[in-house]
Design a protein around this ligand. Structure first.
Ligand code: PGA
Length: 250
């Protein structure tokens, strides 16, 4: 297996005020200072400034949870890659199932966002995953392959290797119902095989693929130990110091 650095990325979603967010990261820093894992916190836009200041000089990296693909213009309420880059944001989560479901994001939009993020010098964490119905219909592999194939259109091999993919079965998000390590590994392996087809072995072996969906202190170690799982995108359990630290150190 290639030497991929495990990533523990928190996705706070719509939680924590700016003051709470900065205080959380101040408290998190010493707890994860010795981690060999790459530590990322995905915070609300309004908390980015304070969290970036709090994280400065530490091993805690900062992600935004969304972005618009256009550089500027008449897009009321939106945030551009240039704005995030200037602040010092490194990663942007794109294509989360909640954004697809509640805000109508399509694979094509996610592709535009991923390209804009890379063009701006940041790195996308591209999410995919099937519904329970799709799993029961036996179309998980087809669905996830389609999502990822479209999301990656136009990305060069070099861009691909820097990007991160997160497999998050929708039925496992926020439900406490984690995919089994075999289920998670199976789909992450399918995604890696797709990368082999699209980019060849070297890119496929370098690109990190995370699992997300009810990751917690108890299951992270086994999940992150699977051959094709390179860490986790963590929602609920990333909101508390003890839970997230345990995942980081797993
Ligand atoms: P969860 O969320 O860990 O609360 O299931 C994961 C995610 O949506 O990224």
């Amino acid at each position: 297996m290639a030497n991929r650095t495990i990533m523990a990325a928190g996705n706070w979603k719509m939680n924590k005020t700016p003051a709470e967010a900065s205080a959380f990261v101040e408290g998190l820093k010493p707890l994860v200072a010795g981690a060999t894992t790459e530590v990322v916190v995905g915070v609300p836009f309004v908390a980015l400034s304070g969290v970036l200041a709090a994280a400065k000089g530490s091993n805690v990296k900062v992600a935004a949870q969304n972005v618009h693909w256009e550089a500027n213009g008449a897009y009321t309420g939106e945030i551009s890659c240039g704005m995030l880059k200037e602040m010092g944001v490194e990663y942007v989560i794109v294509g989360h199932s909640e954004r697809r479901e509640y805000f109508g994001e399509t694979n094509e939009m996610i592709n535009k966002k991923a390209r804009a993020i890379l063009n701006a010098g940041m790195l996308p964490i591209i999410c995919c995953g099937e519904t329970l119905t799709q799993r029961e219909q036996g179309v998980t592999a087809e669905h996830v392959r389609y999502q990822i194939k479209v999301a990656l259109l136009g990305l060069s091999a070099e861009e691909m290797m820097k990007s991160v993919i997160a497999y998050e079965p929708i039925w496992a998000i926020g439900t406490g119902k984690t995919a089994s390590d075999e289920q998670a590994e199976e789909v992450c392996a399918i995604i890696r095989q797709l990368l082999v087809e699209l980019y060849g072995t070297e890119v496929a072996e370098t690109t990190r693929i995370l699992y997300g969906g009810s990751v917690n202190a108890g299951n992270a170690k086994v999940l992150f130990g699977m051959p094709n799982i390179d860490g986790g995108l963590v929602g609920g359990a990333s909101l508390k110091h003890d839970g997230f630290t345990a995942i980081v150190l797993a």
